[in-house]
Design a protein around this ligand. Structure first.
Ligand code: PMP
Ligand code: GLN
Length: 378
């Protein structure tokens, strides 16, 4: 008998239900319009005029250089293309990184709520996930609990900033403290930064690669899906000190080996677009975020503080609803025609059930219609 497969991801479940019921989909995070025509044109040019055969295993040199250039300009990081491995989406970067670091019996600390791929990937590598919970409403790292969770078998900590689902940020001070812990216990830090381009409160994005103690032991994961609103392209990358990048490439070669060549050309072009383009692209989402938050609050929902991603979360009990996110999500989609994501999907054993995530990467008319339905639901 083959082993039971991991249970179906909540994103598939809710999107399928939204399609079946004709609901407005504020669940799975994807935009409902194209916002990067320059990349669509670049991909068409690449299909017509460049190679459609295998690119180098670690990614096109032009893309790896463009990733370094982008992070140099936008985040002040001094990187070398030898530190970059291009992958099929951030998901594969996470998988290759975990497989590169985690051996059977190792423990990996995840900060919950955490993206739903982390724990299944840790388990696939033979590791054991050890959960440390962030506390609402600010979801800051409880450093005492984190330090207490470290054992001689701990090998890796996984962090995510801006955080999906909460939209909160880690700071450089957080990474300094994480660096102290990682140095003291010889740990690697895997930092999922796919939402780095979507910060709406004026804060600068902080990465572990900004911190000296972590430069040799942190892996930074990025995704073109979020930087260009092209979630279906599945072009991502891992960036780390060269020996770690080599280990990640060693796994990547037998996961997918490489990623669609024309899309790599287009993403390389996209990353070298001027800073104003990138700023304007992120700014598309700011009014939609403000519209969703204001509309929810006007309808009596309590929205948690957040700064980034395409998501906001609501506190169910404070909003006068049952603190059972799966129940409320089910009723919301069936009775009001709005799909959401229960935040418990980001916890092992669905442990925390009082919050619901909503996506604002939608046309303003769609958000308005959803807000009308949400107002009627309460
Ligand atoms: N990590 C996080 C936190 C995400 O939110 C997502 C998808 N939105 C991913 C990883 C996966 O990114 P990709 O689609 O590039 O694989
Ligand atoms: N990351 C997206 C989200 O959080 C979904 C990705 C997926 O569908 N696997 O909504």
């Amino acid at each position: 008998m083959p082993p039971a497969p991991p249970k179906q991801t909540i994103f598939t479940t809710m999107s399928a239900l939204a399609t079946e019921l004709g609901a407005i989909n504020l669940g799975q995070g994807f935009p409902d319009a194209e916002h990067a025509p320059e990349l669509l044109a670049a991909a068409q040019r690449a299909l017509a005029h460049k190679s459609n055969q295998y690119p180098p295993m670690r990614g096109l040199p032009e893309l790896r250089a463009a990733i370094c250039d982008y992070y140099g300009r936008r985040q002040g990081l001094a990187l070398d293309p030898a530190q970059v491995v291009v992958t099929s989406g951030a998901t594969e970067a996470l998988a290759a990184s975990i497989l590169a670091v985690v051996q059977r019996g190792d423990e990996v600390i995840v900060l919950q709520p955490c993206y739903d791929a982390y724990i299944p990937l840790i388990e696939r590598a033979g590791g054991m996930a050890v959960a440390v919970n962030l506390a609402p409403p600010h979801w800051t790292i409880p450093f005492d609990a984190l330090a207490a969770a470290i054992t001689p078998r701990t090998r890796l900590i996984i962090a995510n900033t801006p955080n999906n689902p909460t939209g909160t940020l880690l700071t450089r001070a957080d990474f300094e403290r994480l660096g102290e812990l990682c140095e003291a216990h010889d740990l690697t830090l895997l930092c999922d930064e796919v939402w780095e381009g979507m910060i709406f409160n004026g804060s600068a994005h902080a990465s572990p690669l900004h911190v000296d103690s972590l430069k040799g032991r942190a892996i930074k994961v990025g995704s073109a899906g979020k930087l260009f609103s092209l979630t279906g392209w599945k072009v991502g990358w891992a960036v780390a000190a060269a020996p770690l990048a080599d280990a990640i490439a060693g796994q990547h070669q037998f996961l997918t080996f490489t990623t669609a060549t024309p899309l790599q050309w287009a993403v390389a072009e996209g990353l070298t677009l001027p800073d104003e383009w990138h700023d304007a692209h992120a700014a598309i989402y700011a009014p939609r975020r403000a519209q969703l938050i204001a509309g929810l609050e006007a309808a009596g929902y309590v929205v948690l503080p957040s700064a980034g991603t395409w998501f906001v979360t609501i506190d169910l009990a404070a909003s006068g609803l049952p603190a059972d996110d799966e129940l409320v999500a089910e009723r919301l989609i069936r009775e009001a025609g709005v799909a959401s994501i229960p935040v418990s999907a980001f916890y092992r054993d669905n442990a925390l059930r009082g919050y619901l995530r909503l996506c604002f990467a939608k046309q303003e008319g769609v958000i308005e219609e959803a807000l009308g339905r949400l107002a009627g639901f309460r």
